[in-house]
Design a protein around this ligand. Structure first.
Ligand SMILES: Nc1nc2c(c(=O)[nH]1)N[C@H]1C(S)=C(S)[C@@H](COP(=O)(O)O)O[C@H]1N2
Ligand SMILES: [Mo]
Length: 176
């Protein structure tokens, strides 16, 4: 349990055994990929410290994350020129969409496996979640299991229920 960090999950918290954990990549790519936990971590981990902002007006400052940078993962994927956005698919069914432009613009965007020196708690997305601190926190999917490269941006779960398609906090892009 991490102190002072609310849990916001729609639905049940999935339990994923490390040996059955997989990360799939498909869509607008030259070759589909399926990484195991060890293969994924072998890409290499990095540390980043940043603040997160939830659309419901709470923030959590000075989070120290360890994980695999989105940019380093992207470097392992032969993305087609036709790709414009990514739909992140989670264990449990949650989805959220981000454009490649927004992902590339955030050099803190990372698949986090540790938070403040501890393995990422299951309720916060353990074993792995995406963290994109430049956007509202609903754009930071927990229990990520797949990335689907899209030819054009389309809404994920909360975006279909009225959240903003992009979700940039300083522009207060809360609801669409
Ligand atoms: N898989 C999944 N990821 C998710 C959610 C969810 O319900 N399921 N909720 C989102 C929302 S609305 C927020 S504010 C943050 C909350 O993360 P936390 O529970 O670690 O604080 O996760 C985001 N990622
Ligand atoms: Mo949220």
């Amino acid at each position: 349990m991490t102190e002072g960090w609310p849990v916001l999950t729609y639905g049940a918290t999935p339990r994923i055994a490390p040996e059955s954990w997989r990360f799939r990549v498909w869509g607008e790519v030259e070759r589909e990929i399926m990484w195991s936990w060890d293969e994924f971590l072998a890409i290499g981990t990095t540390h980043r410290t940043n603040d997160i902002h939830c659309v419901t007006h709470w923030s959590r400052y000075d989070n120290e994350w360890e994980g695999v940078l989105f940019a380093d993962v992207l470097g392992r994927i032969a993305v087609k020129r036709s790709a414009a956005a990514v739909m992140f698919h989670c264990y449990g069914g949650y989805t959220t969409n981000l454009t490649l432009e927004d992902l590339a613009a955030d050099d803190h965007a990372m698949f986090a496996v540790r938070h403040n020196g501890q393995p990422l708690a299951r309720e916060h997305g353990g074993p792995m979640r995406l963290v994109v601190p430049s956007l509202y926190f609903w754009k930071s999917p927990k229990w990520v299991g797949g990335m689907e490269f899209l030819p054009e941006d389309r809404p994920g779960f909360w975006e279909m229920y009225g959240y903003h398609i992009r979700g940039e906090p300083w522009a207060e892009e809360r609801y669409g």
